[in-house]
Design a protein around this ligand. Sequence first.
Ligand SMILES: Nc1ncnc2c1ncn2[C@@H]1O[C@H](COP(=O)(O)OP(=O)(O)OP(=O)(O)O)[C@@H](O)[C@H]1O
Length: 365
Amino acid sequence: MKNNTLVSFEGVVKRFGDFLAVQRMDFEIAKGEFLAIMGSSGCGKTTTLRMLAGLEAPSEGVIRLSGKPINDLPTWSRDTPMVWQSLALFPFLNVIENVEFALKMRGIGKTERRRRAEQWLDRMQITEFASRNISQLSGGQRQRVALARSLVVEPEILLLDEPLSALDAALKVRMQSVLKNLQRETGITFVYVTHSQSEAFSMADRVVIMSRGKIEQIGTPQEIYRTPRTRFVAGFLGSSNMFTGKVTGIDGGVVTLDTPSGALRLGATDLPGPVAVGQTATLTVLDTKTHLATRAPAGNVNALPVRMIGEEFIGATATIYLEASDGHEIRVQKSHEDLANLPLQIGQELVAHWPLEDGHLVMEA
Ligand SMILES: Nc1ncnc2c1ncn2[C@@H]1O[C@H](COP(=O)(O)OP(=O)(O)OP(=O)(O)O)[C@@H](O)[C@H]1O
């Protein structure tokens, strides 16, 4: 365990009857870190968070908070408050009473309670609603009350389960910066469960990607985006072109892969593990790093003959859809300027190309 570790999961497994909801998890969360847990529905994100909150007990393994095992510690004595999408604010208390509630439970006197609650209402810019009922607030205002209520006790860690999913798109973006700033200013460790790639990648210091109860990859948003380590991660992010084939050569720092779209190569400096000739593997390359030309460029690049099959424009970027000779779909994402000199019509024959160092290998089909 590192010096600045706040939480560690050591061989944590969770079963519900025969069903394995979380498979052997080993990871650490640093003090003051903003960690997002992401993955598709049912992959075990909430179960992981609930184990940390003490709402579920691990079937195997140890969870530590500041080095001490907390498996048997009841929820109320853990100092791990949680904010949900449904918020669970008390409808029979007004805004400031909701914020004061946890302080009251801790036996803090009335004057001090009020002072601290007022500070948090001010910080969350909801002072003017102090005496309103919860039912008289908008979604964003409720969200701020829920955050104030959890943070007023100055916890070391805050657990958030899809807290923004009920908000509309514009409010979501605004609340993302509120959350990120709050986390930076307070230094409180945030563990944030979400389906949303944009939420996870815009706020978190590190992201955990889960699939079927298993951690697929942990890393900074940039690491995960640039170098997805499993086929699942590359597919889940949806930002890479993927080519599966057999390794036919490892020579002079270059790995060659024979795929149905053609022979492709990549630099051997950044391999996920040992690679042998004959193994099946997948090459991934970001759609933003895949380029288009009318002829294969000179130099050390992969170049695939492709045919344009569609295009899509979103704001300043265009996505061009192409197919390789075997019908495999390839996407290229570029600004309009980058595409200005290309003949882009459906059916147009082009060449998709990228430098060898922009491809990454995943050792799975
Ligand atoms: N109390 C329970 N009893 C039985 N199965 C459960 C229980 N809680 C969760 N599960 C199952 O465990 C798996 C993981 O659930 P979990 O809620 O952690 O997923 P999730 O990744 O948070 O999904 P979502 O994004 O849909 O909320 C799911 O298949 C779920 O049905």
